[in-house]
Design a protein around this ligand. Sequence first.
Ligand code: GFB
Length: 315
Amino acid sequence: MTLTKDAKIYVAGHRGLVGSAIVRSLRRQGFDNLIVRARHELDLTEQGAVREFFDAARPQAVIMAAARVGGIHANNSHPAGFLRDNLLIQDNVIDAAYRSGAEKFVFLGSSCIYPKMAPQPIKEDYLLTGPLEPTNEWYAVAKIAGIKMCQAYRREYGFNAIALMPTNLYGPGDNFDLQSSHVLPALIRKFHEAKSRDDPSVEIWGTGTPRREFLHVDDLADAVLHLLQTYDAEPIVNIGWGEDVTIRELAERVMSAIGYRGMLTFDGTKPDGTPRKLLDVSRLHGLGWRPRISLDEGIAATYAWFKEHAADARL
Ligand code: GFB
């Protein structure tokens, strides 16, 4: 759909890694009628509050970047929270957006919705063809419900909702808490601190052999805005970089970006998670979008952001 620059757009989750990048991108493109609400102003798990907000605000478009997210350990430790919070948030927001007359809705899923042993690279059609990865199946089931809700509302009510599946994301504004973060910010923090303390080695969780694909969040935001304005159909669309690395390779790249010269050790008591998660991005390329920020450039930019914000309470 075509959106004019004064279109009223609600970005749910604007303080998170993804939501903040989407707000930056929208502003850069000249959209200046954005609506955002902090968690203390609007609790998205509360259906009544969400309906009231939408009835009053009536956004023309909604970008749904609000979710309870975390790395492998957070997912594995809080199955109930990840399932409950994500189901509540997305059901409330999708339903209220439809009821209040939104003309476009963008839902963001995750590459963990696909079967653990899916052939690689993973095509969109592999959804629901096999068992999920156990460390994050609760989050994945919630995200699959969100995709199906978008597709069901489109079929039954003609609601223009699209569902996009990003690969593992990273960038400025990420969560650097070692217990709940994803691997890339965790490694930045670990190597930075090890360098400053002159530690002889840094511990990497798992075997280092799993493969992951990493996309800078500014690229993701750019893809979301492209598809917000050009894609209006039911099939889900993968958003990825197109290549992956092993966790060991990732560690070596982060290490060299930071200038840490110690050893790597691997803690085999920590889970590896899914062995490989590389998205097939041919549908995305066919829709006219490609990423720009290489992994090395992205690591350098994220490390620069980390150093600038290392004193923030959130880290
Ligand atoms: O990024 P990550 O937590 O999530 O872990 P997933 C990726 C890989 O890095 C795993 C290893 O094999 C981890 O064992 N790893 C090594 C580390 N060192 C570390 C470390 O210090 N911290 C962390 N966090 N990992 C998540 C899902 O899976 O991916 C979510 O749990 C979501 O649901 C997200 O889908 C994108 O890629 O395994």
